[in-house]
Design a protein. Structure first.
Length: 319
């Protein structure tokens, strides 16, 4: 297939490029480097089946020749208020990537009669009142809260995707991605794993907000990419959760990281101001992924962290 990937220089986009190229597909990557990293795709630039264009998906997308699949992964995604590339500091760009970007990508898919896959997120469930989260759960969201620029951009993108499916018969796919980690993550991402793993590798106390009882479930990037590709090749047009169902508290997670790294720094508890409405529970119900795609994660948390450590060490300058 000839496949377009937006956000190709991002964490997930670059791993998708790797896998699809390894499977023999031709890949066209788009990214404007607002949050993407050139280093993530530098190794692909000599591949004859990979081409790249610097482009903002909020603007009209023209691709010469036939495209058979469009995967829309372009969007700021970091919840770190201190990060210049996080969605708190790029609110308009985040909304435009979800709205105008999705519209432009769907238009390209429609004109090419191509498959379209939207990278959505567990954040569309908000701070959930249903646990674990099933695809039928409509969410507990705040459309004017501090996280709304990301949450609502993705919710709108899902609605627009389904509108194109129903009105124009576009072969759409929607993946709801739960907490994913691995090499090429932004160390300043602001999410639990990069924060805690970075501190552990530096021998520092791990910062846990509140009492650490808030929960997450972590999926290694290779497992996620496998699920996404299975969804792309399926005939399922309704949203599908892809993530790891093994739920743990952030305190348990911090203790696990310290144990794997051998960090003696311990744990520091910091009062949780809840200023950005951080969800207190996050766990996917992956029943539909199992039934429809025959997919479930295979890489354990300990194995995934060990696979991630060399990249973090390289970025931190640790031998």
């Amino acid at each position: 297939m000839r496949i377009l990937i937006t956000g190709a220089a991002g964490f997930l986009g670059s791993h998708l490029c790797d896998r699809l190229l390894a499977e023999g597909h031709e890949v066209i990557g788009l990214d404007n480097f607002v949050t993407g990293n050139r280093e993530n795709i530098a190794h692909l630039l000599g591949n004859e089946k990979f081409s790249f264009r610097k482009h903002d998906v909020s603007n009209y997308i023209f691709i010469a020749g036939k495209v058979e699949a469009v995967l829309h992964f372009a969007s700021p995604a970091s919840p770190n208020p201190q990060s210049p590339s996080g969605y708190f500091n790029l609110p308009i760009q985040t909304m435009k990537a979800g709205a105008l970007g999705t519209h432009n990508c769907l238009g390209l898919a429609r004109s090419n009669r191509a498959r379209f896959l939207l990278a959505s997120t567990s954040e569309i469930y908000g701070d959930p009142l249903v646990h674990p989260q099933t695809e039928s759960y409509a969410g507990n969201v705040d459309p004017v809260g501090p996280r709304a620029v990301y949450d609502e951009a993705k919710r709108f993108a899902e609605s627009l995707t389904m509108a194109y499916h129903r009105a124009h018969d576009v072969a759409t796919r929607i993946v709801r991605i739960f907490n994913t980690y691995g090499p090429r993550m932004d160390l300043e991402d602001g999410r639990a794993l990069p924060n805690l793993l970075k501190q552990a590798l530096l021998g520092q106390p791990l910062t846990v907000y509140g009492d650490g009882s808030q929960t997450r479930s972590f999926c290694y990037v290779d497992d996620l990419v496998t699920g996404i590709i299975k969804l792309l090749h399926s005939n399922e047009h309704l949203p599908v959760n892809i993530g790891n169902q093994t739920e743990m508290s952030i305190l348990q997670f911090a203790e696990t990281i310290n144990q794997i790294v051998g960090n003696q720094g311990g744990i520091t508890f910091v009062k949780d101001a809840r200023s950005v409405r951080d969800p207190q529970q996050r766990q996917p119900d992956i029943t539909r992924a199992r039934q429809i795609l025959g997919w479930e994660p295979e890489i354990s948390l300990a194995e995934g962290i060990r696979k991630t450590i060399p990249y973090f060490k390289q970025k931190l300058g640790i031998p």
